[in-house]
Design a protein around this ligand. Structure first.
Ligand code: NAD
Length: 319
């Protein structure tokens, strides 16, 4: 099946994801088009001028959906996702028809990180409008660098036996190299929130343990090696160590520029804590973790920087 792809939300993640889709279609000499929309003009102009025969600008989400067989959304928060899908005049929902056979239905994929309840609410409204139109949560991990390199992980809200999973794998593979079916609707989001809860909390633990060891007289490189050889081994300490200078290519060694913004980590830990309350899990570390990310998000010397800047926020010793 030849898919014309729609993409809405062309920010830090969406723009490189569209670029990778366009490159893959070029390489395959596919006649498929990519129809894009954002409320900001600059990324639209850039993408259209980089791929003039491949990418076309649309007027609004409805326009994107009318021209496409598959639509991706990559938006900041649940409120944006809700309006892009459900707005009564320009929402994607207005392009769906109630009686299409599932073979000619559009495929809708939201890769934004939002709460599971909002995803399920949108899903039920779309199902009321068109029962045969599949709508999946497929949030991502791997950051802007991963989006640029095409190596992000997708956590997909479906089972491996889902009727659309093979098609989803083909569509997602130009943008990511790990496509994980998480079991069912909204479970991709539940997995993403659990993942970021863990990585955000590990980051703070790593910052504190590094600071404590350095103040006791240990060299930060030795300390990192000890953690990686011992039971504390983890990817944050190994590849994104929050202490400047320990991982030369990571954001902490470049003034915490680039990477995953501290405000996004605050958002994700907040969403994870909401989920914890709803499902009845006891996340005691999350309370402190959310407090640290919330405060660092407001601090003048941390705001807008990579989330590993919590080391600076916590007063970590200079390396
Ligand atoms: P971003 O703010 O850079 O981009 C979002 C884009 O959506 C912007 O270009 C904005 O103009 C556009 N937008 C907002 N409202 C819109 C609307 N109503 N219609 C059309 N476009 C609209 O955000 P991002 O960093 O690209 O993140 C997108 C999502 O991916 C978020 O949910 C984020 O949590 C998640 N995420 C981000 C990263 C990261 O490292 N940046 C990593 C993993 C997941």
């Amino acid at each position: 099946q030849l898919d014309h792809i729609g993409f809405i939300g062309l920010g830090a993640m969406g723009k490189p994801m569209v670029t990778n889709l366009a490159k893959a279609l070029d390489a395959a000499q596919s006649p498929a088009k990519i129809h894009i929309y954002d409320v900001v003009a600059a990324p639209i102009a850039e993408l259209c001028s980089s791929f003039p025969d491949r990418i076309a600008e649309c007027m609004n989400p409805l326009d994107v959906a009318k021209r496409s067989t598959v639509v991706f959304t990559m938006l900041p928060e649940g409120s944006h996702v809700k309006s892009v899908y459900l707005d009564s005049s320009t929402g994607i929902i207005n392009a769906l028809s109630p009686q299409l056979p599932s073979s000619s239905s559009k495929l809708l994929i939201d890769s934004s990180t939002i709460d599971t309840a909002t995803h399920l609410f949108i899903k039920s409204r779309l199902a009321d409008a068109s029962p045969s139109t599949p709508f999946y949560d497929a949030p991502v991990s791997g950051g802007v660098l991963g989006a640029v390199k095409g190596t992000i992980a997708f956590f997909v809200g479906c089972s491996p036996q889902d009727q659309s999973f093979a098609r989803l794998q083909g569509l997602l593979s130009p943008m990511g190299d790990k496509i994980i079916p998480c079991g069912g609707p909204s479970l991709g989001l539940a997995a993403k929130l659990a993942n970021n809860y863990l990585s955000g909390t590990i980051t703070i633990a790593c910052a504190e343990a590094m600071d404590m060891g350095m103040r006791a007289g240990l060299d930060p490189g030795v300390l990192q090696y000890v953690f990686s050889a011992g039971t504390a081994q983890n990817r944050i300490c190994d590849e994104f160590n929050p202490v400047p200078g320990v991982c030369p290519n990571a954001p902490p060694s470049h003034g915490y520029k680039g990477g995953f913004r501290v405000q996004l980590m605050r958002k994700d830990i907040g969403l994870a804590m909401d989920m914890a309350r709803r499902v009845g899990s006891r996340n005691v570390l999350g309370v402190s973790s959310l407090g640290v990310y919330a405060a660092a998000s407001e601090a003048g010397d941390c705001k807008d920087l990579d989330s590993r800047v919590v080391y600076r926020y916590l007063g970590g010793k200079e390396n």
